[in-house]
Design a protein around this ligand. Structure first.
Ligand SMILES: Cc1cc2nc3c(=O)[nH]c(=O)nc-3n(C[C@H](O)[C@H](O)[C@H](O)COP(=O)(O)OP(=O)(O)OC[C@H]3O[C@@H](n4cnc5c(N)ncnc54)[C@H](O)[C@@H]3O)c2cc1C
Length: 420
């Protein structure tokens, strides 16, 4: 019997386990293969919903489902966090003392937003990157806010969802206009990047919109510390920005289990091949989504597209087929820009984000994703994704063909090596 162990039951892990259960249905029934999914929580959140919770007052519970309802038959869900991954022994140990041996391992443990990494940040700021309940605190505070300076600060990169700081600024502008107190509120975005959005073409779209809406942008602001008593945020460059309300995008790092197992880089992200999604130097071990060190945006779409490649390649290994696939770096991050308009930041490893106009259609496409997310996790909507995304995976041989150059682009919201 061959054992597949997936660690992390978020977006990528749940989807990968479901794809494997569908593809290997007969083998699982016949007792030839087992698929185990190790998770921390029974609740599965739709994380993009945090923006709606923080800035539109949605109820945190409306973006959460029970993990067991999202899984296909054939997936053995183990709600018992992994505490150690041992590549040599090919095993995963859990908090309650279980040890699972694997033939194939998928690491999908995501990224952790950690406000405690910056002095004063946890005490002095609110955020929508550490769950729906914390996002709700922003909404509650906005109801009582009568005027002053609201600062949105990017306090570390890479972070989940590169467009989310910009979205927050746009959504704040919309919120205060609707409340009729926009002229009493100064909105300021502090970014470590040299422009309003890391990718230049996207910056050219959102920069003028920020100006038009009276949203100030301070560039090259690398957050150093926060003084919650003085209500000031300081940069490494020696600047200070006063605030009445601080909404921060906290620094992120890899999951504790990656750090504790000594299998990550200095930030706890797993060194991963950006085409095959194999963990560097390991056979039968893959990594997907936010847990990787690949310089693409930390986003659900990326986790989803990588899952398809990894599930396919594991099935190919089990069935001893030689048709392996590789991921082409496709990203597609929606950015709401207020008043029912949105843009999509789309790119691949070889094509940077293109210029575009905000549109109503893109806004509704973004919003409809919140509805289809739950069904998409079981793999039944792949035909739709294939139409929308086009070809995002290639036979490995083709990808490796001489003359196919993989270029490294400029600064990124999901890293610092490429646009995103
Ligand atoms: C505010 C916000 C807005 C966003 N908007 C978008 C968007 O519009 N579009 C988009 O594509 N993406 C968006 N994202 C990003 C998206 O949610 C993530 O990139 C995506 O969830 C990554 O999937 P993942 O499987 O890699 O990680 P996750 O979905 O975070 O899952 C990781 C899982 O691993 C589990 N885990 C961690 N450690 C262990 C352990 N030791 N043992 C067992 N399990 C463990 C965690 O509990 C979690 O369930 C947004 C994120 C946020 C916060």
């Amino acid at each position: 019997m061959q054992h597949v162990v997936v660690v992390g039951s978020g977006d990528g892990g749940t989807f990968t386990a479901n794809l494997l259960a569908a593809e290997l249905r007969d083998e699982i029934r016949g007792g030839l293969v087992s698929v185990h999914l190790i998770g921390e929580h029974l609740e599965h959140p739709f994380q993009p919903g945090n923006l709606d919770i923080a800035f539109k007052g949605a109820a945190p519970g409306s973006y959460v489902r029970d993990e067991t309802e999202l899984l296909r038959k054939g997936v053995d869900f183990i709600q018992d966090p992994a505490v150690r991954i041992d590549f040599r022994a090919k095993s995963v140990a859990t908090r309650n003392g279980r040890t699972l041996s694997y033939d194939f391992l998928v690491i999908a443990t995501g990224a952790v937003a950690d406000p405690a990494k910056i002095p004063g940040l946890a005490e002095g700021s609110m955020n929508f990157h550490t769950g729906g309940k914390n996002a709700r605190l922003i909404w509650d505070a906005l109801q009582k806010f009568e005027g002053g300076t609201v600062v949105v600060a990017i306090a570390g990169t890479p972070h989940k969802c590169p467009p989310s700081p910009n979205e927050a600024a746009f959504m704040l502008d919309e919120f205060f206009r609707k409340r009729g107190i926009r002229e009493k509120v100064k909105i300021r975005l502090l970014t470590p990047y040299p422009r309003p959005y890391p990718a230049e073409k996207i910056s050219q779209v959102v920069g003028p919109m920020f100006e038009e809406k009276g949203i100030e942008v301070s560039t090259f602001f690398n957050v150093d510390s926060v003084d919650p008593k003085e209500r000031k945020i300081y940069s490494l460059e020696g600047e200070a920005s006063a605030y009445d309300m601080l909404i921060a995008i906290p620094p992120h790092h890899g999951a504790d289990v990656i750090i504790d197992s000594g299998i990550g880089d200095e930030d706890g992200y797993v060194p991963t091949d950006k085409a095959t999604m194999k963990v560097v130097g390991q056979e039968g071990v893959y990594c997907i989504g936010d847990a990787t060190n690949i310089p693409v945006s930390k986003s659900g779409v990326v986790a989803h597209l990588q899952s398809v490649v990894v599930a396919h390649n594991i099935v190919a290994e089990i069935e001893k087929s030689k048709r392996f696939l590789s991921y082409n770096g496709r990203i597609n991050c929606p950015m709401e820009v207020g008043h029912h308009r949105a843009i999509f930041v789309s790119a691949t490893y070889t094509s940077p984000p293109a210029d575009q106009s905000p549109s109503l259609v893109k806004y509704y496409m973004k919003r409809s994703f919140a509805m289809i997310y739950w069904r998409a996790l079981n793999g039944s909507l792949e035909w739709m994704f294939d139409i929308f995304f086009g070809q995002t995976r290639f036979p490995v041989a083709e990808q490796d063909r001489p003359g196919k150059t993989v270029i490294t682009l400029g600064a990124s919201g999901g890293g610092v090596k490429r646009d995103g």
